[in-house]
Each structure stands twice: as structure tokens, then as C-alpha cells.
Ligand binder design. Structure first.
Ligand code: MP5
Length: 204
């Protein structure tokens, strides 16, 4: 099922994989202010994402799904610690109001739980695959000693890729429902908006 959805969004996916912001983080040329915006916004995203994932574990209909999904909860705490540590090192306040796109995206994640497991697991797959592919596309550009290497490696590692494949396997091999297609399309749009919003410094 995942292959069909990715093929249907090939052009947007190409934009995700070639967005200038992750490329600039990887090669170290990112403006410090843009990196700071990404750090603060993505921290807010991950906080909301963990609430979404915990809710998805609760509504998962079988033990294999609960196992795959809950395996990500430990690494998520490590990820949040990385955000907090790097924010402290840069004297960034993580408790600020998020940008509209970040708030919209995380609200959409949590709202997807009310649409049931099949839709919510599709939303999860879309968000994780989008991040894995965007960061994997720039993994080779990380300069030795880059201050951002840990971030790039976090979402482009083989272990993370294997987990994203495990999530794909939870989607099954049938045709996606209309609700699943719509949910996936929204995730793709939100992922692109997220990068654009961070790059442009979107504010209320
Ligand atoms: C992820 C993320 C991946 N951190 N940020 C966005 C905008 N999309 C996807 O989620 P996670 O929980 O960091 O693996």
C-alpha cells in the first residue's frame, strides 16, 4: 500500500527530498537563526507527536502493531532530550508559542486518532517516511565535525529506516481507503509546509 501512495505523490515527494533547509543543515551552511527556528518548532512537533503515538498504541488492534508502535517511545525520549540539550546550549526558549503550521500539523495528528486506527497509522507512516527520506537525501553531505550531525543521523539511520519499514508493513497490501488517501495527502502537504514555514520564519 505504501508504494502506491508514494507513487501518487511523486512530485511532492521529490520536493521533500530536495528542500534546501535540510540540505543546509547537513552541509553546515544553514543560518543559525533558521536552525534555531527548526529546533524550537520540531521540538513542539515531537511533543505533540508523542501524544499521538501513545494514543495510537492504545487503539492498535493487535499485539504486533502495539509492539512496532511502542518500540518508538524510548527513542522519542532520547530525541526530546537531544532537543532540550541543544536548545539549552543555544539559550533557546522551547516554551514559546509554535508557528501556525506546526500547531496545525500536531493538532491534525492528535485529531487523526478520532478517525480510527487505519487512518491514524497512515498518518504516522506518512510523517515518518517523509522525515526519513528528507534527511536520508542529505546524509552524505554532513561535514566532519558538523554541529548538526546528530540531528541528520537521527532520522536517516538504518535502524530508523527499518522501523519506518515496519510501520509500512502495518498498512497491509490492499488498496488504501479514501480516508487513508486523504490523510496521507494532508501529511505530505503539512511536511512541505513545515519546511517552508521554518525557512521563511512563519509567525502569527
Ligand atoms: C518528524 C519530525 C519525525 N520530527 N518532524 C516532522 C515535521 N515530521 C516528522 O517524527 P519523530 O517523532 O521525530 O520520528
Amino acid at each position: 500500500m505504501s508504494g502506491r501512495l508514494l507513487a501518487a505523490h511523486q512530485r511532492e515527494w521529490e520536493r521533500l527530498r530536495s528542500h534546501p533547509l535540510p540540505a543546509a543543515v547537513a552541509d553546515g551552511s544553514v543560518e543559525p537563526a533558521a536552525f534555531a527556528r527548526w529546533l524550537v518548532e520540531d521540538h513542539f512537533f515531537v511533543v505533540g507527536f508523542r501524544r499521538f503515538l501513545a494514543g495510537l498504541v492504545v487503539i492498535a488492534p493487535h499485539e504486533r502493531a502495539r509492539g512496532v508502535l511502542s518500540a518508538a517511545l524510548g527513542p522519542l525520549e532520547a530525541e526530546l532530550e537531544l532537543f532540550r540539550r541543544e536548545a539549552d546550549a543555544r539559550a533557546l526558549n522551547l516554551a514559546v508559542e509554535p508557528a501556525p503550521t506546526t500547531l496545525g500539523y500536531t493538532s491534525f495528528l492528535v485529531a487523526a486518532l478520532a478517525d480510527g486506527y487505519d487512518v491514524a497509522v497512515m498518518v504516522l507512516y506518512g510523517a515518518e517516511k517523509a522525515y526519513f527520506d528528507a534527511w536520508s537525501a542529505v546524509r552524505d553531505r554532513v561535514a566532519a565535525g558538523s554541529p548538526y550531525a546528530e540531528f541528520v543521523h537521527n532520522w536517516s539511520s538504518p535502524e530508523f529506516g527499518r522501523w519506518v519499514d515496519d510501520v509500512a508493513s502495518l498498512l497491509g497490501s490492499g488498496q488504501p481507503s479514501d480516508a487513508q488517501r486523504r490523510a496521507f495527502a494532508r501529511v505530505v502537504r503539512f511536511e512541505l509546509r513545515f519546511w517552508d514555514a521554518v525557512a521563511s520564519g512563519e509567525a502569527w
